[in-house]
Design a protein around this ligand. Sequence first.
Ligand code: PPS
Length: 290
Amino acid sequence: MTAFDEPRFVDGVLHSSVTSDELLKAIRKLDIRDDDVIVVSYPKAGTTWTQEIVSILFYGCDIEKADEKYIRHRFLFLDMKKLDSSLGPHEIAASLPSPRLIKTHLQSNEMPEQLTTTKAKIVFIARNPKDNAVSLFHFSNAIAPRDRQQSWSDFFTDFCEEKVIMGGWFKINTYWWSRRQDKNVLFLKYEDMQKDLTGGIMKISEFFGWPIPDGKLDEIVEHCTFSNMKSNPKTNYSDSPSLDVNSTPFMRKGKVGDWKNYFTVAQNEAFDKLYEEKMKDTGLLFDYEL
Ligand code: PPS
């Protein structure tokens, strides 16, 4: 069985079969510590990119130190039990020394309740929903068993209806956008990082209060480019047992605008209408091409 056999809906969110209702309840009750460092995102929004930057800064801009561990092991992934572990992520989290690095895609109704009141710093990385959908489409098929592979057209429908794994793009992005002015929340956009990676890294540095020593910034920028992260075994998920990175690379294209190769004209019009309906009151806008 893979983690993505027989997914099912729990409180409106599609979850892998290894994520039991009990586990989700236990995650809700997890104690968050003030010095936790938390990266939150919708899947495929640029999480790994953000994690790489956050962890390098966390380790005092020591790139070698940060990259001692695979990115998969550097942050605790809160959302599901590892297939090879008897412990749930909440149990592992409770046993970790502070400060902890945590990654989650959980929706606001299922993340630890204390994330609503904590002083812990939270970085939310958002990506325009069209590219986010295309990236998730490839990833979902890469991890799904053969009989659950979807066509783009079917995936697009499910994405619009918020019926894909880990739930709705609209829901999680609306929630964290509404918290963007909280002192402990940094809301970043993938497209802004593409336009100005140096600026993105500096924002993260300032947010956490982790200075970048003179001369180090350019080195970090270079290390975190798409091509360097793609060839870096510590960040490209080539160590992941559930992903065949030769057929579908985790670092796939790393572009803004790839959605144009997938969305039909009709799908694009329908999506723009849906976005307007769901997001018109939020003011959250994205770049769809650079
Ligand atoms: S996951 O599984 O949710 O953690 O995936 P996530 O890391 O959020 O998203 C993977 C996509 O991010 C792209 N990526 C990057 N783009 C630009 N620059 C850098 N450095 C970078 N690192 C990762 C990655 O290629 C996936 O996007 P697509 O569009 O599929 O290529």
